[in-house]
Each structure stands twice: as structure tokens, then as C-alpha cells.
Ligand binder design. Structure first.
Ligand SMILES: [Ca+2]
Ligand SMILES: [Ca+2]
Ligand SMILES: [Ca+2]
Length: 239
């Protein structure tokens, strides 16, 4: 599966300008097969991709787009304890889930996608065979009404329609009570104004119900010293 991300101005309007075929993940990103076959994907009007997330059978990678080539940012092998850079920024794993359904999970920092704290981005996903550049008609973010609705587009060009993507908005981290993207002393002022003590589940005077609910960091419905201790652990060092 390949996910194309539009997070900042500029970017490519289709995969037709990409040529990398060095490994399976690159072939998934570019839609160019081992024998030079090409399954080109033209993005919806206004969608210009800046980042590509490739989820392969055994590994995953986030790429930045540089001209016609791909610049790897970081990735991970499926099930590995550390990512390819030796850290834990990227996680790629199979989650068997409570019902036993096998689900693949991919985790990476929003900064890898060029998304600022509390920023937004757009995404669309496509499924293809990277060795022979054969595209399936399974997409994420693409509405029905295409000639390939009932058949696989294969190596034919796919031209997406207006709005064929999903929009995401990043939400504040727990403890970021003023929603500015960092947990700092300014957030503690909001927490302090919400302090009402153990077991008190209504806000004190001068604190609204939304701030009160957000200040309950441990989720036990009160705002007390336990929430303060939780806050200290989340505070951004040096700010
Ligand atoms: Ca863009
Ligand atoms: Ca904050
Ligand atoms: Ca609490």
C-alpha cells in the first residue's frame, strides 16, 4: 500500500514524474515495475504530494520527493524493535487485535510528513503490485464514480477526481491546554485554575467545563495533584 501526503505548498501532481525503481518500496512509490512498466497515478485537482509512505510486505518507509527521485527519511522492518535510524520514531507492526483480526499499524512523527504541530494534511492511499506496476481498484479517500470501480486499472493511467483524498487535522497533545503545540508553563496556568481537589468533578469558579475536562489528565474526572504530577511528566524540557 502507498500513501501520498500533501502537507505543504508545492509538490508533484502525479507519479508520472517519478522514476526510482531501486527496491520494492521505491517501485510502489513510483508505480514503475521491474521491467519498466508504469501505472501512473494523477492526483486530484489541487492535491500536490510532498511525502510518500510505502507499506511493503516486510518493511515500510517515509520518502520525501526530490525532483524525480525519492529521499528516504526513515523507515522500519515489520515487527522490529527499532527503526532504520536506530531509534523508535517509526514503528511498523502487525496487531492481532482484540478480535484476532490482523491489522498492520504504522507510526511516524508528523514532522516526517512536514506537518507542523497542530497542522493539517491531506492523504490518499492506493494498492498495487510494485514488481509489475499493476494497480488494484482499492483506494482510501477516493469516491466511487470511476471507470475502474468494478475492475482493476492495472497499468492504465488513473486520474483522480476533485476531492479524492482524506483531510486530517492534528489535535493537541494531552497537557497542551492552550493548544499551541507544546506543553509548557503557560499550560500549567490553565491547569492551576482548574484545580479543585480529589473527587471534585465540577469546575471551580473562573474555570470553564472544557478546560476542566482537558486538565483532568489521568481521566478520573477530577483535577487534583495527581493530574499535576502527570502534567510535569509531559512538560516539554527547556520551555
Ligand atoms: Ca503539497
Ligand atoms: Ca501549550
Ligand atoms: Ca484527574
Amino acid at each position: 500500500m502507498v500513501l501520498y501526503v500533501d502537507s505543504v505548498a508545492g509538490g508533484i501532481v502525479s507519479t508520472a514524474s517519478l522514476n526510482a525503481t531501486g527496491d520494492l518500496l521505491q517501485r510502489l512509490a513510483t508505480g514503475v515495475g521491474l521491467g519498466g512498466q508504469r501505472a501512473a497515478l494523477y492526483f486530484p485537482p489541487g492535491f500536490r504530494a510532498d511525502r510518500i509512505i510505502c507499506l511493503g510486505p516486510a518493511s515500510a518507509m517515509v520518502y520525501a520527493i526530490r525532483g524525480s527521485s525519492l529521499l528516504p527519511i526513515n523507515g522500519a522492518l515489520l515487527g522490529a524493535a527499532t527503526d532504520l535510524a536506530g531509534g523508535t520514531d517509526v514503528v511498523y507492526r502487525v496487531d492481532d487485535g482484540a478480535q484476532g483480526g490482523r491489522v498492520r499499524e504504522f507510526q511516524a512523527p508528523l514532522s516526517y510528513l512536514n506537518v507542523a504541530p497542530l497542522g493539517a494534511f491531506r492523504l490518499l492511499a492506493t494498492l498495487l503490485d510494485g514488481d509489475v506496476a499493476y494497480r488494484s481498484n482499492e483506494f482510501v479517500g477516493v469516491a466511487p464514480g470511476n471507470w475502474w470501480d468494478s475492475e482493476n486499472p492495472g497499468q492504465n493511467n488513473v486520474v483522480l477526481k476533485h476531492g479524492d483524498f482524506v483531510s486530517f487535522q492534528a489535535s493537541p497533545a494531552l497537557g497542551d491546554l492552550d493548544a499551541d503545540g507544546a506543553v509548557t508553563a503557560a499550560d500549567f496556568a490553565v491547569l492551576a485554575a482548574a484545580l479543585a481537589g480529589p473527587g471534585v468533578t465540577t469546575p471551580p469558579p473562573h474555570c470553564n467545563t472544557i478546560d476542566f475536562a482537558n486538565a483532568d489528565l489521568d481521566g478520573d474526572r477530577d483535577v487534583d495533584l495527581a493530574d499535576c504530577a502527570d502534567f510535569q511528566r509531559r512538560m516539554t524540557v527547556g520551555e
